[in-house]
Design a protein around this ligand. Sequence first.
Ligand code: GLU
Length: 509
Amino acid sequence: MSSPVRVRFAPSPTGLLHVGGARTALFNWLLAHGQASREEREGAFVLRIEDTDRNRLVEGAEAGILDVLGWFGLTWDEGPDVGGPYGPYRQSERTALYREAAERLVAEGKAYHCFCSPERLQRLREEQSARKEPPGYDRHCRDLPAETVAANLAQGLPSVIRFKMPRTGETIVRDLLRGPITYQNVTLEDLVLLKSDGYPTYHLANVVDDRAMRISHILRGEEWIPTAPVHLQLYAAFGWEPPAYAHMPLILAPGGGKLSKRHGSTSMEEFRAQGYLPEALMNYLALLGWSYDGTTEIFSKQDLLDKFTLERVNPSPGTFDYAKLTWFNAYYINHILTPEDLTARLMPFLAEAGLVDPAAVADAGHPDRARVRPAATLLKDRLETLAQGPDMLGYFLTEDLPPYDAALLVPKKMTAAEVLTALEAVARMLPEADLNDEAASEARFRALADELGLKAGQLFMPIRVAVTGRTQSPGLFETMRVIGARRCVERVDRAIAALRAVAADPATA
Ligand code: GLU
C-alpha cells in the first residue's frame, strides 16, 4: 500500500465559514476519503483550529465552524472535538511545541531575537513608503553580537523571534496544479516566528503542526501561495521533508474582484439560513474549480467521492454565480429530495414563521408534518429555497388567509359585480363538489363557467384568489384539494363579502 494521504483543513476562528473555505475543506475531504481510498491509500481528513492570532479571535466562531461543516456533510477523522493521535488540534493548546521549535532554530543560528520596538518598525515603514520602497523588515537585529542579545534578554527586553531567510538563491514552490513557481530569496522577508506574547505566527505554527500531524498534502486557497516559499524555507531549516502543495483557485465575485459581503452572502451560515441545501451547495462548490467531464452537472456526495481527482481541479479563478447556485438548489428541491425529506427540511422555516408547531421540527410523526407534506409536494417545482416556504406554503397552513386586496379578485375586463355573481354560484356549488376528485371538480367548474357565460380562466382566477389570497398558485384543483373543502367554502364566502363591500361602494364598483 502506498503512503497515506493526510490532509487538513485549518480554519482560524475569526468569523463565519466563507464559501471558499468550505470548498477548500470539501476538496481536502474528497482527496482523503474519495481519491485516496480509490487508490487504496489510507486517507485522513484532519480539522485543526488555528487560533494563535489572539486579536482576531471571535467568541463562538470555532463552535460555529464545526457546526456548519457538519451540516455541510463533512466528517473529520481527527479534530478538536474528536481528538486523534496527533492532538491537541487547537493551536492555542500547542504553544510549547512552537516555542521549542523556534528556540531550536535560534540555537542553530537559523533564527534570531529581534528587539526592535513597534515604534521603530512603524518609523521604518514610513521611511520605506516615503522612498517608495516595498515595506519590510530591514534585518536590523539579524547580526546582533551574541553578548548584546544575552544582555537584552537578561534585562527582560521584549523580543520576537525572526527567521533568518537566506539572502541568496531561489525557492521553488511546486504546486500540483500550477507547476513550479520560483521565488528569489532576496525578496523574502525575515518573518516573525514567535511573537512577544509567546504565541507563534501563522507561519511557524502551520509548519510545525503540518509536520507533527504528518500532513502529506496541503490543499488551501490561492491567496496563501506567497507564504509557500517561506514555509518551504522553514521546512528546510528544520531539516524536514515538506508536504505536497496544491492551491485552490480563487473565487471571484460576479463582476470580478474578490467575493465579498457587498456582493451578497459569502458564508455557509448565511446560505443555510436562506434555505440552501447542503447537497446543492456541495454540488455547486465542487464545480467551482473542479469538473468531471466538463458537462455533467449533478453530483451527489457519493458521486463526488467516486469521481473527484485533484488532477481535474482547474487553477484558474472561478466566478461565484448566485443564480447558478439557486438553480442547483431548486433542482435538488424538485428532483432529488423525497416529499418526506423536503417536508422535514421545511419544518424549521415554517416553525420560525409560526405556521407549524415547533415540536414538529424534530418529530417526524407529528401531525403538522402530514399537513405540510401535500403542500410541499405541490410546490416543490416552484420553491427555489427553503426560506421561501413560509410565503409559498402559508395559505395551505393557516386557518385564515392574511388580508389581500379585493381588487385581485376581479380579472381584467370583468366587473366586481360579475365576479360577485360568479363566486356566489361557486359558493352554492362548492359544498357538494368532491374536491378530492380533481378531474371531476375541474369538469364541474368548467361546466359552471359555461353556464355563467364566462371563459374558464375568468372563473378560475377569482376562485384562485379567493382560496389562496394571490394570483399565482399550483393548479387550482390540486390546490383546492389540499386546502380542503371547509376552508375553501369559508374563503370563498369571505371573498364574496369583500366583493359586496366593493360593489356597494359606487366609487370602486
Ligand atoms: N489558518 C489559515 C486560514 O485561516 C490556514 C491556511 C492554510 O491552510 O495554511 O485559512
